[in-house]
Design a protein around this ligand. Sequence first.
Ligand code: SF4
Length: 188
Amino acid sequence: MNWEEFESKAQSCHACGLSSGRTNVVIGRGSKNQGRILFVGEGPGENEDRQGLPFVGQAGRLLDLALGALEFSPDDYYIANVVKCRPPQNREPSEEECEMCLPLLRHQFILLKPRIVVCLGSVAARNLLSKDARITAVRGEWVRKGNTLFTATYHPAALLRDESKKADFYYDLKKVRDTAAEIFKTEN
Ligand code: SF4
């Protein structure tokens, strides 16, 4: 399945109850180049649902600012979420909803073949790293699965609630940037 086929399949997904409240299926944004970085958040919020793009609200602006400040190249990353439809009242997606939606993220993984996956927040960490992952315990750690390195940091929305997390967030992203630079240097 190519990107076009995948996106059309995702747009018509009704595999879980979240489909009933959505305006748009929020698939992802960024570079579709293979072998780069995949950032994975939790799920769309109000702005994302309205615009059909992930991380376009306040938290997204913070993420974009951080990636810009750390000079990540826009060609080097793609941003997606564990669930593609907005949970009501921005609640955390349930385990079941995540499970139903993960095949779509797996398909994005197959298309992107990322060398680095960055879990943004505990929902992504629990679904991609380990079931009982706590973000405070796993952030900044690296796990290799096949040809891909997985790591985690705070969800940018957490920084809006607690500014003291900003320094750690920047520190983690800086490590991602430096690790990516090393990998890309040897592979390009
Ligand atoms: S959240 Fe995912 S599994 Fe549920 S309807 Fe939306 S796209 Fe389908």
